[in-house]
Write a protein that binds this ligand. Structure first.
Ligand SMILES: [Zn+2]
Length: 213
């Protein structure tokens, strides 16, 4: 059965699911929304009422991804999880769950977290086997040392929190845009365009993580 992995964002104890409510030992409780996700985004962290992507951008990205353009990447991430024998994975910045849903097929427990409620609502409709959470990287929604792997696909990398939730021999899988990613489009949209710097995150992570490839 499902092991306890979710963490109460207020007191940091483990959460248990009873009927449609997640509860901790201190009595904090979080209802599962009718769409099948839980909101663990505590109010004091909120900067705007509806942070993250708008419904329009969620729809647009979903339509684009349905075209299969990023399917090779989806397959590569799934293959890597299999190769590393990952049983529990947290997808940070899961959006509408294009990658997360595929990951779920090859692991025992899969948690997807995103700050954009619109996107998580959409994701939850498509796959009921993933534990979908509205939350932020400031407090990742899972317990200390509970994850075999965290993934950040074109998403932020809250490294202290990632180090907290990963097991000692856990993996962080990062996909980050190459320097020219969407360059032509960004050039058309913005006056000044800075190339992405994919090597920068490797430097930032080298104190806590050992680079595999
Ligand atoms: Zn609590």
């Amino acid at each position: 059965m499902t092991k306890q992995i979710l963490m109460c964002p207020v007191c940091r104890q483990s959460l248990d699911l009873n009927e449609k409510t997640w509860r901790c030992g201190q009595g904090h409780s979080y209802d599962v929304a009718k769409q099948g996700y839980v909101n663990l985004h505590v109010v004091q962290h909120k900067h705007s009422k509806n942070p993250g992507d708008t419904p329009e951008s969620v729809d647009a990205r979903r339509a684009f991804l349905q075209g299969g353009y990023y399917q090779p990447l989806q397959h590569a991430v799934v293959a890597l999880l299999k190769q590393l024998d990952v049983k529990t994975v947290l997808d940070i910045g899961c959006g509408e769950g294009y990658y997360t849903s595929a990951m779920q097929q090859v692991v025992e427990q899969c948690v997807g977290v995103d700050i954009a409620k619109n996107a998580v609502q959409r994701a939850a409709k498509l796959n009921t086997e993933v534990t979908w959470v509205v939350g932020t990287g400031a407090t990742l929604p899972v317990l200390d040392q509970s994850m075999d792997a965290c993934t950040s696909l074109f998403s932020p990398i809250p490294q202290a929190e990632i180090a907290r939730v990963l097991k000692d021999d856990g993996y962080l899988i990062v996909v980050t845009p190459a320097s020219e990613h969407l360059y032509a489009m960004r050039e058309a949209l913005f006056e000044q365009v800075n190339p992405h710097t994919p090597e920068k995150f490797v430097e930032q992570l080298q104190d806590l993580f050992e680079l595999k490839q």
